[in-house]
Design a protein around this ligand. Structure first.
Ligand code: BES
Ligand code: MN
Ligand code: ZN
Length: 491
């Protein structure tokens, strides 16, 4: 999809659909709507349209514009309109109009600032994405948006143009994350994910280093290797490095993403029901890869390294057994009480490695626990930290990026749920606070480095589509990561 900031006068735009926002009880809707012979008052009185968020009405052959259709889309309450709504409006327009055979779409905004403009670009790019790669329906390409234009009432300042471009870059990076998550496990093994990272790095000018089994064995990454040993597809630890030309300060941010390309549970096997979804157990890895791609283009002033431990949690004759004791890279011994708690094992070694490589701040993203969905439902990322100041900084970024995030507690008392009779640590706690004990396990490897853990198990995959986002992989995490790095050295 092509996207651009348009300077042609809106009346002359030769597009399939021209969309304007109308708020609830809008006193002053667009002059484009006013020119339609009473159409707007008519649909308002008939109740067909009221301005509620994402509501839409379509007028064919509108007056005084070149566009084939004029679309009025609800903006909700003007007082609460923000980039979050703008992102979703753009996404809803793309999603609903492509289904109606619209190929070229333009959105008119009366007033805009940089955050709004970049949110619109993100929303349009994200809304156009569909999880239909493996559908052979020859008609699917007829239902695509080929071009999206944003029309501002005043000429775009360089600031606005840059914000729009940033939104496009971030949206496309998030879509790449969704593409990767959407791949089934037979099409995306740890080796395939590694190849994808290498290709991305060479296209966007990042350094990419890969540790294979031999290198990881030499280093002593027993926790990661223990998970991997049950699969004939070998594991990798991928590093994606961004180095700014003129770094500001001495901080070095590490982004760590869980890359389990399939999670059967191992010997502590999962039930058949829903197991097919465990192809999305690499969504943290995909978010890191997507974020690194965007950062390579947007060039923040802080160095950022992505760490992606990638394995398959399978069950061959060499698979790890419950009760096995492994030695992590940090030197801590872990009693593997449940082979299905594998994410924390691979992350432990990746976090230790990131610290040894000079990370001063770490954020990890992982589809870590089913329990996070019990705690927060599908609407918030669960966040955990060992450093409130760093989490506050992350939360500010997440809010600006429009990714809802909610902090869970990490009181010392919860740590006592992690007790092993035979090793330093077990890999599971008891029945309670499953997401918190998982976070505490990671913290044992992160301390004292400032660290934020994001449990994205309930937000990385949408079982049902939303008006602005198709069902399937959401690409969650990418925007917050990018925003965190871009805003790092701003007060
Ligand atoms: N990948 C799963 C977590 C998960 C569950 C992700 C549902 C997405 C949807 C993780 O590896 C896992 O199996 N966690 C276990 C931990 C338990 C054994 C302590 C879980 O949540 O049941
Ligand atoms: Mn598991
Ligand atoms: Zn898992």
């Amino acid at each position: 999809m092509q996207i651009k900031l348009e300077n042609t006068p809106v009346e002359q735009l030769n597009v399939d659909a021209l969309a304007v926002i109308c708020f609830e009880s809008d006193e002053n809707p667009s002059h484009l709507l006013a020119a339609q012979n009473g159409w707007l008052p008519e649909i308002l009185t008939s109740g067909e349209f009221s301005g509620k968020l994402y509501e839409m009405a379509v007028l064919h052959r509108p007056q005084r514009v070149a566009a084939k259709r004029l679309v009025v889309v609800g903006g909700g309450k003007l007082a609460t309109f923000s980039p979050v709504e703008a992102r979703r409006i753009a996404g809803s327009l793309a999603r609903s109009l492509k289904a109606k055979g619209v190929h070229s779409l333009a959105l008119v905004l009366k007033e805009a600032d940089a955050p709004l403009v970049s949110a619109v670009a993100e929303g349009a790019v994200l809304g156009a994405w569909e999880a239909d790669k493996y559908k052979s329906d020859p008609k699917k390409n007829d239902k695509r948006i080929d071009s999206f234009a944003l029309c501002l009432s005043t000429a775009a300042t360089p600031d606005m143009a840059a914000a729009f471009e940033r939104g496009r870059i971030i949206g496309e990076a998030q879509n790449q994350a969704r593409d990767l998550v959407n791949e089934p496990a037979n099409k995306l093994t740890p080796a395939d994910l590694t190849a994808a990272a290498r290709a991305m790095a060479s296209s966007y000018g990042l350094e990419c280093q890969v540790l294979d089994t031999e290198a990881m064995t030499k280093l002593g990454m027993g926790a990661l290797l223990g998970v991997a040993q049950g699969s004939s597809n070998p594991p990798f630890l991928i590093l994606l490095k961004y180095t700014p030309a003129n770094p500001v300060g001495t901080d070095h941010l590490a982004l760590v993403g869980k890359g389990v390309t399939f999670d059967t549970g191992g010997v502590s096997i999962k039930t058949a029901e829903g197991m097919e979804r465990m192809k999305y157990d690499m969504a943290g890895a995909a978010a890191v890869l997507g974020a690194m791609r965007a950062l390579a283009q947007l060039k923040p002033s802080i160095p950022v390294t992505g760490y992606i431990p990638t394995v398959e949690n399978m069950i061959n004759g060499n698979a790890q057994r419950p009760g096995d004791i492994v030695t992590a890279l940090s030197g801590k011994t872990i009693e593997v009480l449940n082979t299905d708690a594998e994410g924390r094992l691979i992350l432990a070694d990746a976090i230790t490695y990131a610290i040894r490589n000079g990370a001063t701040h770490i954020v990890d993203a992982a589809t870590l626990t089913g329990a996070i969905g019990i705690a927060l439902g599908h609407h918030n990322i669960g966040a955990f930290t060992n450093n409130e100041t760093f989490l506050a900084k992350f939360m500010t970024a997440a809010r600006a990026a429009g990714e809802k995030t909610w902090q869970l507690p990490m009181d010392e008392e919860y740590k006592d749920y992690l007790k092993s009779a035979f090793a330093d640590l077990p890999n599971i706690g008891g029945r309670y606070a499953g997401s918190i004990t998982a976070a505490w396990f990671l913290r044992e490897f992160a301390d004292p480095t400032p660290w934020v853990h994001l449990d994205i198990a309930a937000t990385a995959w949408l079982d049902e589509g939303k008006a602005w986002l198709s069902k399937g992989p959401s690409g969650v995490g990418v925007r917050s990561f990018v925003q965190l790095a871009l805003a790092w050295n701003q007060a």
